[in-house]
Write a protein that binds this ligand. Structure first.
Ligand code: 16G
Ligand code: ZN
Length: 530
């Protein structure tokens, strides 16, 4: 097929209607939904080309703007094993997205040329979308793009981001990772959970009940699919299931940033709550204590809970496995101290953005990574899996064998492709049950330092440059010195400034012993930025 003729006709249906430059950033493309039609069309074409460049492996296209407002939308490409798009392709995505209509063919040919893509190779693209009103229209644009280069579409309709990552991996591994359907996803996770729970016996403190704020997003529908399977053993109460506005005063981002529960949900004492974000790849937990104080259990608390469970289990199996935790600069200082001093596990700090955490986590035999905002998962290397497997089959010690079996089953509870609210929630419930903990017991593992996040709007965020995994600012000169001087004045003080990867703002993080001090430090540092 000739590239020019096949794409021209449908390209005319998706003209470029904006002049502003969009960047394939940490979260793919994001903008007002009205500005995205041509971008989605072009990403459909690009996904099909990427598929051809991978000998016809399926590539994913997810239509979502995650926790951003209903009026926005976005798109992200997913690579064959369910990973994020290889970073060397990001610049081509950006180039293709910003080309004028008349340059489009040229840029396309350059990509074909650069990667020596055989246009006669078959291609297939799996498409998913969140619940935004604009998503179905953008879905059509992607389909047009894929078809314009004779690609095949698997349209999954409304599906969570992590579910689409899972599907792509299943398809390309010929179902070795699970069946590439919602049914297959639910089967895999629910079977693993039931299996582990069966062997845990009775519990006294743990309460098998959770109230979940789904941010009025796609997580509600998809959580319902699986919640039905836990009928008697775990009660999952779904709120913000779509009756209200998407991400509006609810959801994981709102709860994390404001450190309070979603509007309209009364946090009753003794009750356990969780919030998903709009595309269900983040989760945070919370509860209110008897003094009516709100407690947030964020990604740091989830990571440490998971690590402590896995270390215990690995020890019971009699295995030697190198487990590590990956965090970002936003991780609470006391979580890092707890990991080092109590758990005695190696901890790495990397730049913000899932791809950085994911890549670092691959360096461990078992890598647990979480952003404080609630995005994260666990990666099991081949060497870990084979050690676990051999312990299951050849251990002469019965109790070691049991533990190895639990660990093997636990792996199936994890969506290793990317952070997944549903999977992460089931993981947390499973571990709390294992430890026979209430949410307050979990919270007690360590106490967070008080912290504050601030945003400063800037015209040009590129004047800010950081190093040391965003913990040190090198430009503008003098700013780091100013930060250091402020930090010295506060007990347990720590603060950093980083340019956002998604908006024209710089973000300021500060922590200290009390909320007042954290607020003051954040404010002082913010003032130093302008
Ligand atoms: C994106 C990232 C998220 C990160 C956030 C930071 C992915 C899939 N998402 O949403 O991990 O926390 O950006 O945004 O990588 P910021 O750069 O504006 O602070
Ligand atoms: Zn999200």
């Amino acid at each position: 097929a000739n590239l020019t003729t096949v794409t021209r006709i449908s390209q005319e249906k998706h003209p470029r209607n904006i002049s502003k430059h969009l960047n394939y950033g940490t979260a793919g493309f994001r903008s007002r939904a009205t500005e995205l039609d041509h971008i989605l069309y072009r990403m459909g074409v690009l996904a099909a080309l990427r598929s051809k460049s991978k000998d016809g492996d399926t590539i994913g296209v997810m239509i979502t703007a995650s926790h951003n407002p209903e009026e926005d939308n976005g798109v992200k490409l997913i690579d064959p094993l369910g990973e994020m798009l290889e970073s060397s392709w990001e610049k081509h995505a950006t180039c293709l997205a910003n080309a004028g209509d008349e340059e489009f063919q040229v840029v396309l040919s350059e990509i074909v040329e650069t990667f020596k893509i055989d246009m006669n190779c078959k291609s297939s693209v799996a498409i998913g979308m969140d619940t935004r009103a604009s998503s179905p229209g953008l879905n059509t644009a992607v389909v047009d793009g894929v078809k314009s280069v004779d690609g095949l579409c698997f349209d999954y309709g409304t599906i969570t981001t992590p579910q689409l990552h899972y599907m792509v991996r299943c398809i390309n591994t010929r179902n070795a990772y699970g069946m590439a359907t919602i049914e297959g996803y639910c089967n895999k996770l629910s079977k693993a959970l039931k299996n582990i729970w069966q062997n845990q016996g009775e519990r006294k403190v743990y309460k098998p009940h959770i109230i979940v704020d789904c941010a009025n997003g796609v997580g509600a529908k998809r959580l319902k699919d699986i919640a039905e399977r836990f009928d008697k053993i775990l009660s999952i109460e779904i709120r913000n299931a779509g009756e209200g506005k998407l991400n509006y005063r609810c959801g994981a981002d709102y709860v994390k940033v404001n450190q309070r529960g979603p509007e309209g949900i009364d946090c009753i004492e003794g009750q356990k709550y969780a919030s998903f974000d709009g595309d269900a790849d983040r989760i945070v937990f919370y509860y209110t204590d008897k003094d009516n104080i709100f407690h947030l259990l964020d990604g740091d608390k989830v990571a440490t809970l998971i690590a402590s469970y896995l270390i215990g289990l690995i020890r019971k199996c009699g295995l030697e496995l190198n487990l590590g935790i990956v965090q970002t600069a936003y991780a609470n200082g006391n979580s890092t101290a707890y990991i080092q001093d109590e758990l005695k596990v190696p901890v790495a700090c990397v730049c913000t953005g899932v791809k950085h955490l994911h890549r670092k986590a691959l360096e461990f035999e078992i890598g647990v990574y979480f952003e404080a905002n609630g995005h994260g998962t666990i990666l099991f290397s081949d060497s870990a899996l084979s050690k676990i497997e051999s312990s299951c089959s050849s251990s002469s010690n019965e109790s070691e064998k049991l533990s190895a079996n639990e660990l093997r089953t636990f792996v199936d509870l994890v969506n290793q492709t990317v952070g997944d609210s549903i999977s992460d929630m089931l993981i947390v419930e499973t571990i709390l049950r294992d430890k026979d903990w209430d949410v307050a017991d979990w919270d007690k593992s360590y106490r967070n330092l008080a912290n504050r996040l601030l945003v400063v709007k800037v015209n040009d965020r590129s004047v800010f440059e950081t190093t040391n995994a965003e913990r040190t600012v090198i430009k503008p000169t003098g700013l780091q010195k100013a930060i250091d001087d402020h930090v010295k004045l506060f007990p347990n003080g720590r603060s950093f400034v980083r340019p956002s990867g998604t908006e024209d703002v710089v973000r300021i993080y500060a922590e200290s012993d009390t909320q007042e001090n954290a607020d003051q430090l954040a404010l002082a540092v913010a003032k130093s930025t302008y």
